[in-house]
Design a protein around this ligand. Structure first.
Ligand SMILES: Nc1ncnc2c1ncn2[C@@H]1O[C@H](COP(=O)(O)OP(=O)(O)OP(=O)(O)O)[C@@H](O)[C@H]1O
Ligand SMILES: [Mg+2]
Length: 221
């Protein structure tokens, strides 16, 4: 499993990352967007939508649970974008009420805000995009942690962006909390602008098709 880290200095940059990914999407791809209220999930979704040729407004489907848009893949194939928001669901059983798992496999592109709401009911194959709100500047020691993991020591190293990594651990078991990224992960820094920036996107994949999608996206950086 690999983990890539993308930085964004503005809502427009987050949208641009979504548009960039959209060019690589195939039918049945599933994007789980996680991160707190106002983190930037919908901004990213808007970028994906633009990249899929959607011109109508795309907003958080918080009350609708699902909004569906006519869309077009990069090769011109007609498809649909299913934009879910699981925030208002109380139990995983309610996913059946909206036909969640069947819709994920009916040939559309699915984008799911609060996609980790039910960790016990995750899709089999998905790209996990975690949006973290950051302070004014990136910790200058980030490179040592992301690119050259230290062997685990008795005193755990201070983690940068620990909440995000904890949540990745909960979802995938792939990143240890309070430990360097394990040797079987291939972390890479894909975009590193200098100066101030406001969001970090941690992206990882579960399943063979999403691993390929992640590699395709990483190749564009
Ligand atoms: N780098 C950035 N990327 C994305 N959004 C940013 C960034 N910097 C500032 N913002 C602002 O943060 C807000 C993100 O709102 P957005 O609706 O995308 O959040 P959300 O994660 O979808 O929240 P919710 O869970 O409530 O649906 C917007 O007001 C946007 O302008
Ligand atoms: Mg939203």
């Amino acid at each position: 499993m690999s983990l890539i880290v993308l930085a964004s200095a503005s809502a427009a940059e987050t949208q641009a990352l979504g548009t960039q990914l959209a060019a690589k999407l195939c039918p049945n791809d599933v994007l789980l967007l996680v991160g707190g209220l106002g983190a930037g999930k919908t901004q990213f979704a808007q970028g994906v939508a633009a990249g899929l040729g959607i011109s109508e407004p795309v907003c958080s489907p918080t009350f609708n649970l699902l909004l569906s848009h006519d869309a077009k893949l990069a090769d011109g194939t007609a498809t649909r974008l299913y934009h879910f928001d699981l925030y208002r669901l109380d139990t995983a059983e309610q996913l059946d009420d909206i036909d969640y798992f069947a819709l994920l496999e009916d040939g559309a592109i699915s984008l799911v805000e609060w996609g980790d709401r039910f960790p016990e009911a995750l899709p089999e194959d998905y790209l996990l995009i975690e949006v973290n709100v950051l302070g004014e500047a990136r910790d200058p020691t980030y490179k040592a942690r992301h690119c050259a993991p230290e062997p685990q020591s008795a005193a755990p190293p201070t983690r940068y962006c620990e909440p995000g990594l904890q949540s990745l651990t909960a979802l995938t078991g792939a990143v240890s909390v309070n430990a360097a990224i394990p040797p079987d992960t291939t972390p890479s820094i894909a975009v590193l602008p200098d100066g101030l920036w406001s969001r970090e996107l941690l992206v990882s994949a579960v399943g063979a098709r999403s691993e390929r999608l992640l590699a395709d996206w990483q190749a564009l950086q």
